[in-house]
Design a protein around this ligand. Structure first.
Ligand code: ZN
Length: 172
């Protein structure tokens, strides 16, 4: 009886190990706090090589998150998502936005007037494409998320214009 239990326990552990290491779950593996939607960024960075990111992310995610690409408007998974829930960084799993601050901007990209915590989303100047814009990146893994513009609704007046592919939504 004891032996059967031991074998069952070992089998379970092996299964859990295999699940943890499958490539599809490495995004989750990289983000142990996934699932805590209230987590404020604590200053710790997630740092990976380009090759590692390529392994973890899909081709589209890599292009947007790591190469600052932009998905075509009205093509992403979340621009028209009206479900209640939390939007996490697709690359590292840090919670970035909630449905509470999402609004219909008409742009075809998921738009928010504030991040879940100021600390979780970092803004930096972007002078590419001959236009001065403010890029937004994930504070924890520096993945490109989109841009922030000063033409959003109250109370902040900001419009965080995000790429769906840089986010992962989890329903409340
Ligand atoms: Zn991230």
């Amino acid at each position: 009886m004891k032996r059967a239990l031991l074998i069952a326990a070992v089998a379970l552990l092996a299964l859990a190990g295999a699940w943890y290491l499958t490539p599809a779950d490495s995004v989750r593996a990289a983000s142990p706090v996934q699932g805590d939607p209230t987590m404020k960024w604590n200053g710790e960075k997630v740092v990976k090589t380009d090759a590692e990111w390529k392994q973890i992310l899909t081709a589209d995610q890599y292009k947007v998150c790591r190469k600052a690409g932009t998905e075509r408007a009205f093509t992403g998974a979340y621009w028209d998502n009206h479900e209640k829930g939390v939007y996490y960084c697709a690359a590292c799993g840090l919670p970035l936005f909630t449905s509470d601050t999402k609004f219909d901007s008409g742009t075809g990209w998921p738009s928010f007037w504030a991040p879940i915590h100021e600390e979780n989303v970092t803004a930096r100047e972007d002078n590419s494409l001959w236009a001065r814009r403010t890029e937004t990146i994930c504070s924890r893994c520096d993945s490109h998320l989109g841009h922030v513009f000063p033409d959003g609704p109250k109370p902040t007046g900001l419009r965080y214009c995000m790429n769906s592919v840089a986010l992962r939504f989890e329903k409340k």
